[in-house]
Design a protein around this ligand. Structure first.
Ligand code: FES
Ligand SMILES: [Fe+2]
Length: 403
């Protein structure tokens, strides 16, 4: 195996072991990579409001309690009587007992504290002395949760002390009803989610890391501040023939991988490779500092083993999902670690010439997500956000012209 872009083989093996452990063990506290927030990111915010993934639906059985530290807070999730996920603090309001670590259980959809066994239903105490049960102060505040696309998502409010708040936007993920096959893999990477995304939007990395022949990316207008969109095509050269696979004498394989971010917690890739279609929902949830849980949720068509042996067959049966997941994690999680271990993340600076899309991404984060002004400098590119007022102005102009 050719090992590139990593410091040494030992690192690769720790990475492979971690990947294995993170997909077997659900608690993110095990085998966490070490990070040093202060040295690397300066004043860049650790946490951003938005929708984040807690766990995938299949990973949360009835009667199960899963603990994770996410966005710097110890949280637990379980399913209530209706089977709906409930997310709240890992601490019991009685005497600070914990639900995690195998101490807490779930009985009839109620979570039971490991310490004095008090029960809570959707955060509301169900047992204990009357004055404890009847005091609203003893309710455990719950996060806003939405379970969709096989993902348990919650709204995190970066402004509030306990992370709980009203969602500022709807969680409207793309329709995947024609892509019924779902694969899930997670990795924990010692990088803040913003530079991790930056690395993925960076035009140059497609040529340098993915070894593409050509890469084209066009920024797309977006109409809501929390969305950032680009249309992307990567061209790679195929051999004329691999085993039984003929490539119509056309070795150029164009891979359409359009990108849309919903805040920093969700990044959607819409893939089209000569008619093979897939959707990849990347979810990035900070654990703390700059350690991020990064999940790849791959939605694909059903497998057809006895179909024409063409590129669609090859992509659907051989490359997706595992080849694609391995490639993504290998190139991105390792590379970022090697880069940031010694480097600095100059978010507030413009990136050099040739990296304009990274600049644009930084502007989106700073202006739209953080609500700050970012001065236009030499290599600056404006974002393509179009406000509702602009849309109305344009449409009324059109109507005037027609009249
Ligand atoms: S600390 Fe939870 S029941 Fe007492
Ligand atoms: Fe990439």
């Amino acid at each position: 195996m050719k090992i590139r872009n990593v410091e040494n083989k030992a690192f690769l093996w720790t990475f492979v072991m971690r990947l294995f452990a993170h997909n077997i063990l659900k608690d993110s506290q095990h085998f966490l990579p070490k990070a040093n927030y202060d040295e690397r990111h300066g004043k860049f915010p650790r946490y951003f409001s938005g929708w984040y993934m807690f766990v995938n639906s299949k990973g949360l059985a009835e009667g199960e309690v899963i603990h994770k530290k996410l966005n710097g807070i110890d949280l637990v999730v379980h399913r209530n009587k209706e089977g709906l996920p409930v997310i709240h603090s890992d601490r019991c309001t009685h005497m600070d007992g914990m639900f995690s670590g195998g101490l807490g259980t779930v009985v009839d959809g109620q979570i039971v504290c490991g310490y004095h066994k008090y029960k809570f239903e959707n955060g509301v105490p169900q047992s204990g002395p009357k004055d404890f049960k009847n005091d609203v102060k003893n309710c455990i505040p719950c996060f806003k949760v939405k379970e969709t696309h096989g993902l348990v998502m919650f709204w995190f409010d970066a402004e509030s002390e306990n992370g709980i708040g009203e969602p500022q936007w709807e969680l409207d993920l793309p329709d995947v009803s024609d892509l019924p096959r779902l694969a899930f893999a997670r990795s924990i990477t010692p990088t803040h989610m913003a530079p991790l995304h930056e690395n993925i939007v960076d035009d140059q990395h497609f040529v340098l890391l993915h070894e593409a022949d050509r890469y084209k990316s066009t920024p797309e207008p977006y109409f809501e501040k929390h969305r950032f969109k680009t249309a992307n095509t990567m061209r790679i050269k195929l051999p004329h023939k691999i085993g039984p696979f003929q490539f119509n004498k056309n070795p150029d394989l164009d891979m359409v991988m359009d990108t849309e971010f919903f805040g920093l917690g969700i990044h959607i890739n819409t893939v089209n490779i000569r008619g093979f279609k897939a959707t990849v929902i990347h979810t990035t949830t900070p654990i703390e500092d700059e350690v991020t849980e990064w999940s790849l949720n791959v939605y694909m068509p059903k497998r057809k083993w006895f179909a024409k042996l063409d590129i669609v067959w090859f992509m659907n049966n051989i490359v997706y999902p595992w080849g694609m997941i391995a490639q993504t994690y290998r190139l991105h999680t390792q590379d970022r670690r090697a880069f940031f271990e010694k480097g600095k993340y100059d978010f507030y600076e413009d990136s050099p010439k040739g990296f304009e899309k990274v600049n644009m991404f930084r502007r989106w984060v700073q202006e739209e997500l953080l609500g700050e002004k970012r001065p236009m400098r030499k290599n600056s590119v404006p974002t393509t956000y179009v406000s509702e007022a602009d849309i109305e102005r344009n449409s009324s102009k059109k109507t005037e012209t027609v009249a």
